[in-house]
Design a protein around this ligand. Structure first.
Ligand code: ZN
Length: 155
């Protein structure tokens, strides 16, 4: 495993529409392992393919350090409720803004064995699923924010 360079705001990879994953390959498995390592190293709770220059529909999420999820070709099936809170992104280090998201989502995705499964999340997990799925369509939280982009030390 190795960490990868995280693409930052302004990098055109972050604005691309990512392609579905058709088959799992040893190379892609390695990339997914690297994505977890990169996310943990950076102290994030989610990372999407384009953030490391991989324009495929692949997301890794772990909001509590104990439940790592790989979401390949994710599709949000249901979303309801709403939560408004601070959100950041590893591609905009040191920044955050207020974003409104559903408070509950159900997503369908494939795991590393390409088997479909469903995942439901509330609060931070719901926020992370929405944020990371947006990355696969070139959408950043700054497009959805309801307030200014602030530096993390500002209050
Ligand atoms: Zn992000």
């Amino acid at each position: 495993m190795a960490t990868r360079i995280i693409r930052e705001f302004g990098d055109e990879a972050l604005r691309k529409h990512c392609k579905p994953v058709k088959v799992m390959t040893p190379r892609l498995k390695g990339i997914i392992e690297d994505m977890f390592e990169t996310m943990y190293e950076a102290g994030g709770v989610g990372l999407a393919g384009p953030q490391v220059g991989i324009l495929k529909r692949v997301v890794v999420i772990d909001v509590d350090g104990e439940h790592p999820y790989v979401l390949i070709n994710p599709e949000i099936l249901e979303s309801d409720g709403s939560q408004t809170g601070e959100e950041g992104c590893l591609s905009l280090p040191g920044k955050h803004a207020t974003v409104t998201r559903p408070n509950h989502v159900k997503v369908r995705a494939q795991n590393v064995d390409m088997n479909w499964y469903e995942l439901e999340g509330t609060e931070l997990l719901a926020r992370a699923i929405c944020h990371e799925c947006d990355h696969l369509d070139g959408i950043l939280y700054t497009d959805k924010r309801v307030g200014p982009i602030k530096d993390n030390e500002e209050e």
